[in-house]
Design a protein around this ligand. Structure first.
Ligand code: FMN
Length: 404
């Protein structure tokens, strides 16, 4: 049979750039962006719209129909009412990290922001979390590095990045001119690595904050991830806290039995906010079933398939910490944003869905604003935590309740 020629689309190029591959692979490339897209089309949530009545789609706005839906082009009066809604979020009140709106883009899925300049109005995002940045340049993992899964994807990029000095030199001056806050995602193999990267970022114009990716093997602890060990998570957070006054977010891994003690330790160690969650550890098998598919064997699962796990973790963490929580995992629609907020997140990050629809995060900001207007809210604060147990000490605050 004649082999079919693969066409490399602009979306393929974006995926390659954002995931740190020098160019889109032509041969044996798995998956295509088109196939990922099919896996992450927004779920029809009409059965459980906010008011219980059917959801109506109007222009770009997914309308949870409390009151009349807004037209695709709001009238002048509606426009003025929309502008009066304050979507801003304080992520680190003592350190002055204020986001213009709660829709951020997740690390590793939006490059350094500049790559998307021609397709997305990046200044309208709540914040950009740039690609994971390490002390020294990293080449990343051997290919293949990504593959499609039902409802998402597996990636094993392996933190490919040019190193903190190159990031500061190349992107700092660009970010400085932006009004959108840029938060640098930091990774390392030892506490000293994290501290040194934080020190170098401290005071760099254009860097609004740091997000610690602690899902990295700790060489000092024989490869055990910082994120799965309460004491290691506490130690790395405290050390970075001492090294910088930058707003500090710490990102939780879902790959633990109970994330709550880890979240508490991170709060006690001085983090300004918690982001949850990173990818779930997963595996794919080669077509001939003779080996693991990914060059690195294991990969991180992301996309809509992980949203229930992410919601559960946000829900649990919100009951044990008082610092702000940013929810991440499978966001593809306004309904997802509202779900995360209801479980206690003050903001969300959009990741995998960007590969299929780069404009989604900006659109979600508009849709959230319209949603507040429809509900007669002047901010989105009343949307936060509505699904949390009303009584303190409810069973869900104590331990793992679900026993299969
Ligand atoms: C290709 C890819 C690269 C990623 N790189 C990073 C990274 O460098 N640092 C990090 O903290 N998270 C990284 N993540 C995890 C995302 O930031 C996010 O936590 C995760 O994908 C879940 O969100 P989603 O389901 O919306 O994609 C990466 C995810 C993907 C898909």
């Amino acid at each position: 049979m004649k082999a079919r020629k693969k066409v490399v689309t602009a979306a393929d190029v974006r995926l390659a750039k954002a995931t740190g591959q020098s160019k889109p692979a032509k041969a044996k490339r798995t998956p295509t962006v088109r196939t990922i897209k099919s896996a992450i089309v927004p779920v029809d949530r009409s059965a459980r719209s906010f008011s219980g009545r059917p959801r109506v789609e109007t222009g770009s706005a997914a309308v949870a129909d409390l009151g009349a839906p807004l037209a695709a082009r709001p009238t002048l009066v509606e426009r003025e009412a929309l502008d009066r809604i304050d979507l801003s979020i304080e992520l680190a009140p003592q350190r002055g990290l204020r986001l213009p709106n709660p829709i951020m883009v997740a690390s590793g899925t939006f490059g350094y922001g500049v790559e998307y300049g021609e397709v997305v109005d990046v200044q309208r995002l709540g914040a950009i979390c740039c690609k994971g940045t390490t002390l020294r340049p990293r080449a990343g993992n051997p290919p293949p590095r990504v593959t499609e899964t039902p409802g998402g994807m597996l990636n094993s990029i392996g933190l490919q990045n040019p190193g903190v000095d190159a990031v500061i030199e190349k992107y700092g001056p660009v970010w400085q001119g932006w009004k959108v806050p840029v938060i640098v995602n930091v990774a390392g193999e030892s506490i000293e690595d994290y501290v040194e990267v934080a020190r170098r970022l401290d005071g760099v114009p254009g860097v609004a904050g740091i997000e610690l990716n602690i899902s990295c093997p700790n060489v000092g602890k024989g490869g055990l991830q910082f994120a799965i060990d309460r004491d290691a998570a506490r130690a790395v957070t405290a050390a970075v806290r001492r090294a910088t006054d930058l707003p500090l977010l710490v990102k939780l891994s879902p790959n633990v039995a109970d994330v709550r003690p880890i979240a508490k330790a991170i709060e006690e160690a001085g983090a300004d906010a918690i982001t949850a969650i990173n990818t779930l550890s997963g595996l794919a098998v080669s077509a001939d079933r003779t080996r693991a598919f990914l060059g690195n064997t294991y990969g991180g699962l992301s996309g809509p398939a992980i949203k229930p796990v992410a919601l559960r973790i946000v829900y649990e963490v919100a009951q044990v910490v008082s610092i702000p929580i940013v929810g991440i995992g499978g966001v593809t629609s306004l309904a997802d944003v509202l779900d995360f907020m209801a479980c206690g997140a003050v903001a969300v990050q959009v990741g995998t869905a960007i590969f299929a629809d780069p404009e989604l995060p900006v659109r979600l900001g508009d849709e959230l604003r319209a949603e507040c207007l429809r509900r007669g809210l002047s901010s989105c604060a009343p949307l936060v935590g509505t699904a949390l147990p009303k009584r303190t000490g409810a069973p869900s605050a104590k331990g793992a309740e679900y026993r299969p």
